[in-house]
Design a protein around this ligand. Structure first.
Ligand code: 13P
Ligand code: SF4
Length: 301
């Protein structure tokens, strides 16, 4: 019998999360995929996540329910331009965010997730290394600001988080008379991060909410994709948790690529009658892309 393991990122809908064996952030799902004893891994997330699962667990058949599930950080990155940029900085260590294609990872020395990026880059600076960071410009700008680094940055953004907006945020804050907090994902723009009480990966934000023990009538604004609001409200139904606002009139803080994981698409993938198998990565590419991922996992475990 085929052993099927279904993984879902927090940004998928509650119904999809209910269909999964494991729900998590990028780092947790990568580790789970690597160690899964599965014939078939159905990855209800986006393509770079399914590719990472395949690279870490090449024996398993990895299926992405909808091949349209990409990520703007991937589509905004032209690999031949990246190669040139990397060559222009040949004396730098290239740190790449996990939200990148397998070809991109193969051009990196280290992969990081939003959970371990601070520690890994601090580790490299402690060793006196010079670092370039790709592809997320917002995350890189935050690290440069927060720690006084001078990393040259690649210029791509998450189209969802990049829409969080300080003007809209200040307006929302002004309507709350009592205590208010903002927790944010580091893919958000720097002016929004400046206003934040806590910055972390999706799981870290969820933990912050879970552990919150301040004033129970405070409003907690969350600057990340709307899927995780389900997990936060489930963990703390007693709290007033709200999506942080984006610019007026726009209701697009939902990742269109994550939301392609519909019940029907995930079910079809689980039953072996739908989705796309990640079988297009050459052995050589997987080998090269795996090196910086392994470096990260060894560091993080
Ligand atoms: P996490 O690593 O926090 O799960 O984030 C993944 C992602 O795609 C954020 O937009
Ligand atoms: Fe990519 Fe942004 Fe969607 Fe995350 S939320 S998968 S970074 S487009």
């Amino acid at each position: 019998m085929t052993k099927v393991v279904t993984l879902a990122h927090y940004y998928t809908t509650p119904e999809i999360q209910e269909m999964a064996d494991k729900v998590g952030d990028s780092l947790e799902l990568s580790l789970f995929a690597r160690d899964a004893e599965a014939d078939l891994i159905v990855f209800a997330g986006v393509r770079f996540m399914a590719e990472t699962a395949k690279i870490l667990n090449p024996q398993a058949k990895v299926v992405l329910p909808d091949m349209g599930s990409t990520c703007s950080l991937v589509t905004m990155t032209d690999i031949s331009r990246l190669k040139k940029w990397r060559e222009e900085h040949s004396d730098y260590v290239h740190v790449a965010y996990i939200n990148s294609s397998a070809e991109h990872k193969a051009l990196a020395d280290w992969i990081v997730t939003s959970r371990n990026v601070d520690d890994i880059i601090a580790h490299l600076y402690e060793q006196g290394k010079k670092v370039i960071y790709s592809p997320d410009r917002n995350m890189g700008a935050f690290l440069n600001f927060q720690y006084g680094y001078d990393m040259p940055l690649w210029d791509a953004v998450c189209e969802v988080h990049d829409k969080f907006n300080k003007v809209a945020l200040d307006e929302a804050f002004s309507l709350v008379s009592g205590d208010k907090y903002l927790i944010a994902h580091p893919e958000s723009p720097l002016p929004v991060l400046h206003e934040s009480d806590y910055i972390g990966s999706t799981s870290q934000m969820l933990n912050w909410v879970r552990d919150y023990n301040g004033n129970s009538s405070a409003v907690i604004f969350v600057a990340t994709e709307d899927g995780i609001l389900y997990n936060m409200k489930k963990a703390r139904p007693d709290l007033d948790i709200r999506q942080a606002p984006i610019y007026t009139g726009c209701k697009c803080n939902s990742c269109p690529y994550m939301k392609l994981n519909t019940i029907e698409a995930v079910k079809a993938a689980q039953e072996g009658r739908g989705g796309t198998e990640i079988d297009y990565l050459s052995e050589e590419l997987m080998k090269e892309a795996k090196k910086p991922i392994d470096r990260m996992l060894e560091f993080s475990e």
